[in-house]
Design a protein around this ligand. Structure first.
Ligand code: PEP
Length: 256
């Protein structure tokens, strides 16, 4: 059996000016920047990347972005490309977050182009998938997750697959305080693992980290992180305070 290192990623969303980002980044770097047991990524807004990058330099905490455009450059006003993120020392990028899908109309095909561009530029994509409340209530959770996963990963090779990170984020649990039960989460995570096995083969699929996201916090994390196919968390609200975020990293270390 492959032991996957747990990963805790913080998605700061549209919060924190560069000045406001400095202290939490420093606190995270001090608290968990030297521990090798859990991979840690923080994803500030674009405008704080240059402030946070030097703080993480020399630590094990990695820098991620929350989105990017699939093209490397060109007439795409307001967008940021993979080479630009690399120049900011980012190593990870969140793609297909449900807020991007619902507020900005991102389709599976567009998200797929971003995933391919991330790999091409040596950025690790964190591909977000997940169902809305209406979709869960109508019994289509697995179908929705299957479509988002398969379409989002079209053209990804077996060799690239181990570098992939998938985040299962039930939309009804994001920022709502409603967390999926461990059974609900594990069921979907195991389903995603099976899909990945069909797409990339057993060996590669066993290496992919599948994160849970949706109101994860120190109080509910131990049970979720103890599940066989839950390899970490994508954390929104609880990542904004360094204390709760570093507590989650420590919880993940204890769950390994
Ligand atoms: C997210 O937006 O990725 C997320 C999981 O948010 P929260 O933890 O606040 O539910």
């Amino acid at each position: 059996m492959i032991l996957r290192k747990k990963l805790i990623a913080g998605n700061w969303k549209m919060n924190k000016t560069p000045a406001e980002a400095l202290a939490p980044a420093q606190e995270i770097a001090v608290a968990v920047g030297k521990q090798p047991d859990v991979d840690v990524v923080i994803c500030p807004p674009f405008t704080a990347l240059t402030t946070v990058a030097p703080v993480l330099d020399g630590t094990l905490v990695k820098l991620g972005a929350q989105n990017m455009h699939p093209e490397a450059s060109g007439a795409f006003t307001g967008e940021i490309s993979a080479p630009m993120l690399r120049a900011f020392f980012a190593t990870h990028v969140i793609l297909g977050h449900s807020e991007r899908r619902s507020y900005f109309g991102e389709t599976d095909a567009f998200i797929n182009q971003k995933v391919l561009a991330a790999f091409k530029n040596q950025l690790r994509p964190i591909l977000c998938v997940g169902e809305t409340l209406a979709e869960r209530e109508s019994g289509s959770t697995l179908k929705v997750v299957q479509t988002q996963t398969e379409k989002g990963l079209e053209g990804v090779s077996k060799d690239q697959a181990p570098g992939l990170i998938v985040a299962y984020e039930p939309v009804w649990a994001i920022g709502t305080g409603k967390v999926a039960t461990t059974e609900q989460a594990q069921e979907v995570h195991a389903f995603i693992r099976d899909l990945l096995t069909k797409l990339f083969g057993e060996a590669a699929a066993q290496k992919v980290r599948i994160l849970y996201g949706g109101s994860m916090k120190p109080a509910n994390a131990p049970e979720l992180l103890a599940q066989k196919d839950i390899d970490g968390g994508l954390i929104g609200g609880a990542s904004l305070e360094s204390r709760s975020f570093t507590e989650l990293v420590k919880t993940a270390a204890a769950a390994k």
